[in-house]
Design a protein around this ligand. Structure first.
Ligand code: ARG
Length: 473
């Protein structure tokens, strides 16, 4: 059978769909619709999908053994060319999938032209993307675990002696152990790991075999390709298989919450490294200087963890907005799934790596923390609870101590002096104001004092140790 006439520009200017078209694509069309600039990073995943597909075609008898071998050989060659940076892209290669198929056809001739049998780019791209997500999503999860290991190690070092003011409304509230504070961040990240694992479990479905939207008249075996690609299962519905990008949205959301957690931790680092707080000193390698002010040491990692969170929130929002109006099944809009996903994964991983290094090397200024936490007003609740233990109703006790704190501030008299002479409190209550006492009294399981800290640290270590080994691809 004769080849259809190539469009003007010769074979080079041919698109995959040239048969139906008398004219080649306008430059403006290619410039606007091409995704090659960003989807090249799916090359390895696309090759894996093509290998699985062509082997399956051989196994079901659609391709002969020689043809399968020829296509596999061409795919190896493409992989080598891509790896060596020797792969030559054509102006009509609108995405990496097109580019690879074009080259396979150049290399393997008629057999190469059979690679796409029973397959559409619609199932091909989403297969590559799910394959990519399993690996890259797991890498983010592992980076979260690295940060958690640092937080647990630093909490362990801080032990039961280091404490600082705990804050509500950014006002000093009650002293808390430094280790307890660090583990608060650790537990937030345990939820991120669970969310990432959960998103990855739902991404673990092979859409290959769904074709453009309806499957094929050829005897395809999507279970075989699912297994060959290491997916746990195949799609249940071909329309859903090519239209579904929930897994992209879920992974972006899980990463966005990681970033929100890094941003909140970052905000504390910004505060703590300020002269006003003085609780933290960053290692030189994890701080930056000012081009003008010689004395400055800036917490840029913490600030950018905060700042880049805005970007990933934007990525997630844009992605959801792109999805919301799409009818079944594939629509070209879906090509817009990749940039937000790639940027979110990259940003989250880089942020995790930098924050992990920053937290591993920062110096906690325990003396400054302690001095701030030992301000007598931090013990106000304990004075009230001292009264409660002796039968005073809490609301009354609260009023008594509140009035003493107010007098102490108004008259510039030390709180201890007022406690000493107060008819409800007196000298027996003074012990409550001793430095370091307030934190020791926080005995509630899961609370901020030294007594519950041991079990909490053990639980955090057990959680880390109990993580299953990351899946090997
Ligand atoms: N680059 C496109 C994407 O990522 C390829 C799919 C185009 N499919 C199609 N039927 N035109 O979604």
């Amino acid at each position: 059978m004769a080849e259809p006439e190539p469009p003007p520009g010769g074979a080079e200017g041919r698109t995959l769909w040239h048969g139906r078209f008398a004219e080649g694509p306008a430059e403006a069309l290619l410039a606007f619709t091409a995704s090659l600039g960003f989807d090249q990073r799916l090359a390895g995943d696309d090759l894996a999908g093509s290998r699985a597909h062509v082997r399956m075609l051989g196994a079901v008898g659609v391709l002969g053994g020689d043809e399968v071998a020829a296509v596999l050989g061409a795919l190896d060659q493409v992989e080598a060319e891509l790896g060596a940076g020797a792969f030559v892209f054509a102006p009509t290669d609108e995405d990496i999938h097109t580019a690879i198929e074009r080259r396979v056809t150049e290399l393997a001739g008629a057999a190469g032209a059979k690679l796409h049998t029973g397959r559409s780019r619609n199932d091909q791209v989403v297969t590559a993307l799910r394959h990519f997500v399993r690996r890259e999503g797991a890498a983010v999860r592992d980076a979260v675990l690295d940060l958690q290991a640092v937080l647990v190690a630093r909490a362990g070092e801080a032990g039961t002696e280091a404490y600082l003011p705990g804050y509500t409304h950014l006002q000093r509230a009650q002293p808390v152990l430094l280790g307890h504070h660090l583990l608060a961040h650790f537990w937030a990240f345990t939820r991120d790991v669970a969310r990432l694992d959960d998103a990855l479990a739902r991404a673990d479905v092979s859409p290959l075999g769904a074709g453009a939207l309806a499957g094929s008249s050829l005897p395809l075996d999507p279970d075989a390709t699912a297994t060959a690609l290491g997916f746990s299962r195949r799609f249940e519905n071909s329309l859903d298989a090519v239209a579904d990008r929930d897994f992209v949205a879920e992974l972006c959301f899980a990463c966005t919450v990681v970033m929100v957690h890094l941003s909140r931790l970052g905000e504390e680092v910004v505060l703590w490294t300020s002269e006003e707080f003085g609780f933290l000193r960053l290692a030189d390698e994890y701080a930056t200087g000012s081009s003008m002010l010689p004395q400055k040491k800036n917490p840029d990692i913490a600030e950018l963890a905060r700042g880049k969170t805005g970007r990933v929130i934007g990525n997630l929002t844009g992605l959801l907005a792109m999805l919301k109006g799409l009818p079944l099944a594939y629509n070209r809009d879906l090509q817009e799934d990749k940039e937000p996903l790639f940027d979110t994964l990259d940003t989250t991983r880089l942020a995790l790596r930098a924050v992990t290094g920053m937290m591993a090397t920062a110096e906690f200024r325990v003396d400054v923390m302690r001095a701030a936490a030992d301000a007598p007003a931090s013990s106000a609740t304990d004075l009230a609870e001292w009264l409660v233990a002796r039968g005073t109703p809490f609301r009354e006790a609260h009023a008594i101590v509140g009035s003493l704190v107010r007098q102490s501030l108004d008259r510039a008299v030390p709180l201890a002096e007022l406690v000493m002479t107060d008819p409800h409190l007196g000298p027996d209550a003074l012990g409550v104001l001793e430095p370091g006492q307030a934190v020791v009294r926080r005995r509630t399981p899961g609370g901020a004092g030294p007594e519950p800290f041991g079990p909490q640290l053990a639980a955090a270590r057990a959680w880390l140790a109990g993580r299953p080994a990351p899946p090997t691809d």
